[in-house]
Structure formats: structure tokens, C-alpha cells
Design a protein around this ligand. Structure first.
Ligand code: NAP
Length: 272
């Protein structure tokens, strides 16, 4: 059994993606969602042992609390102080991982062939997703990781994590970047404001624009970037690949990426 904890959790897409993966690989596993209130992350880890749950996904608001409560974290999860995936090892140890950054890199590599080494990258936003992407890009050899964010103090904290190439950037950096990532929530469905996180006239041909948002599948920023000639990627790849990394950590079996993407795509298109 695998599960996800979070609050709210009712609309999580993780059960859909991971149950599709277990079915595609004919594994006798099931993935369920548990609503766990803020402050109860430690109890959830105890329950993971009690119920012999093999894999746990962790989402808002528990990522930081789990990182603090778990016995061991990977280097990346410790640096981010955020765990999105817990593995119960054969000898019963719980290990905290963070698969968001590696999921982003795998997704964008699959869709565009992007390889971070030597590339100039700008991340707009400085929250949990931005930090995970910044650390992954820096560790994969990016030449420059500039964080552009509404609140400068948050940009500074994110930039420090992306050693040795992280820095606080400004809007001008967008024009010079090879890769621009929108890691703000601006453009998400049913969220205000519905507009653009930055002026898309800064984008041009020869750049990749990745929007981490997957609902809607096409944000106003993605549309604007396409008309300006940039290669565009939405958040579906990252969502699928971070789940795929968890699947592989738990089962030791190669994740069925196509089945996971197709289950998610069908659901998002049907929802409209
Ligand atoms: P978060 O921790 O709440 O961070 C939100 C970021 O957006 C902050 O940098 C915030 O700036 C900025 N922001 C919010 N409203 C803004 C506005 N009106 N104008 C300018 N900046 C604004 O959220 P998160 O967990 O990092 O998630 C960020 C986005 O990534 C969400 O859209 C989420 O859906 C997406 N995401 C996708 C995946 C995936 O697998 N595809 C995974 C995780 C997240 P301040 O610092 O100034 O508050």
C-alpha cells in the first residue's frame, strides 16, 4: 500500500496517477489519500509504520514538518527542508526524499531535450516548487540560476539553496535566459489574479518557457510565450515524473510514464 497525506487532499491527482501506474505494471498495490490536519505529520509517520504502508507521498501543509520529524532525509530533501516522498526500507527505516526537482528535470528533458549543464536559468517565484527546481538545476550544472520574486527576502532564501550559481535576479534576466520557469501560482485555475506573472514580451525564440502549473493545461503565460516563439512546457511532465520517481523508489520497478501521463491527461481534459 502507498498513500498521500495532506490537507486539503480530496482533489489530489496522485491517486489517479499512481493507481494507473500500479495497474499498468500489474502490481498488487493500491494508493489512497488520507486527509491529515496540520500539526499531525509525526502521527502520520507513526501510522505509516503501524499499517505497514510501504510508500507515502507528502503534500501541503506537511512537507516541512515531515522533514523535521523523520529519522533520515536525502541530501536534497535536507537542503530543501521539505519531504514529498517517504520510503519504508526493508529494515523498517523511514527515509524522506524530495522528487519535485528531479521530476521537473526528467519532465523537461523528455519533452524538449533540455540539459541544464552550462545553461542560464531564471525562476520566477520562490516558494516550495521554485526552491526544488532551483536546487535541481544548480546540482545538474546550470551556469546561472536567477530567482525573480515579488518578495525579495524569499528570493534571497531560495537563491542561497542553489549553490554555487544561485542569485537574486531581476526581470531583465528573463531576456537573457535559456530557460525561464514560472513557479508562481499566477495563472492557476480558480485563483486570483488570473493574469501573467511577468511581461511575456521579454520572451523570444530560442528560449524554453516552463510553467509549473498543470491546471489549466494552457495558462495565459504559455499562450503568450508560444506566440513569441518560445518552446513551451506545462506542469504535467513535472507532476508525472515526480510521481514516477516515487513509484520507482517504492517498488523498484521502472515507472510506466506513458500510462501515467495518459491517465492524467484524460482526466484534466475531461474536467476542462
Ligand atoms: P508557494 O510555496 O505558495 O509559492 C508561491 C510563489 O508564487 C511565491 O514565490 C509567491 O511570491 C508567488 N506569488 C503568489 N501570488 C503571486 C502574485 N499575485 N504575484 C507574484 N507572485 C506571486 O507555492 P508552490 O508550492 O511553490 O507552488 C507554486 C506553483 O507551482 C503552483 O502553481 C503549483 O500548482 C505549481 N506546482 C506544480 C508542481 C508540478 O508537479 N507541476 C509541483 C509543485 C507546485 P511571494 O514569495 O512574494 O509570496
Amino acid at each position: 500500500m502507498a498513500a498521500v497525506i495532506g490537507d486539503p487532499i480530496r482533489h489530489s491527482l496522485s491517486p489517479l496517477i499512481l493507481n494507473a501506474a500500479f495497474r499498468a505494471r500489474e502490481l498488487d498495490w493500491v494508493y489512497v489519500a488520507f486527509p491529515v490536519e496540520e500539526g499531525n505529520a509525526r502521527e502520520a509517520l507513526v501510522a505509516m509504520r503501524t499499517f505497514a504502508i510501504d510508500g507515502l507521498s507528502v503534500t501541503m501543509p506537511h512537507k516541512t514538518a515531515v522533514a523535521g520529524a523523520i529519522e533520515r532525509c536525502t541530501e536534497v530533501a535536507a537542503a530543501l527542508r521539505a519531504v514529498n516522498c517517504v520510503v519504508r526500507t526493508d529494515d523498517g527505516e523511514l527515509v524522506g526524499h524530495n522528487t519535485d526537482g528531479s521530476g521537473f528535470l526528467s519532465g523537461i528533458a523528455e519533452e524538449t531535450g533540455f540539459a541544464p549543464a552550462g545553461q542560464r536559468c531564471v525562476i520566477v517565484g520562490a516558494g516550495g516548487a521554485a526552491r526544488a527546481v532551483a536546487v535541481a538545476l544548480a546540482r545538474a550544472g546550470a551556469a546561472d540560476v536567477a530567482i525573480v520574486n515579488r518578495t525579495r527576502a524569499n528570493a534571497e532564501q531560495a537563491a542561497v539553496l542553489a549553490v554555487p550559481v544561485g542569485r537574486v535576479g531581476a526581470s531583465d534576466d528573463i531576456e537573457r535566459a535559456d530557460l525561464v520557469v514560472n513557479a508562481t501560482s499566477v495563472g492557476m485555475a480558480r485563483r486570483e489574479p488570473a493574469g501573467l506573472p511577468f511581461d511575456p514580451d521579454r520572451l523570444h525564440q530560442g528560449q524554453i518557457l516552463a510553467d509549473l502549473i498543470y491546471d489549466p493545461l494552457t495558462t495565459p503565460l504559455l499562450s503568450a510565450a508560444r506566440t513569441r516563439g518560445a518552446i513551451t512546457v506545462n506542469g504535467v511532465g513535472m507532476l508525472v515524473h515526480q510521481a514516477a520517481a516515487a513509484f520507482e523508489l517504492w517498488t523498484g520497478v521502472e515507472a510506466p510514464i506513458a500510462a501515467m501521463t495518459s491517465a492524467l491527461g484524460a482526466h484534466l481534459r475531461q474536467r476542462g
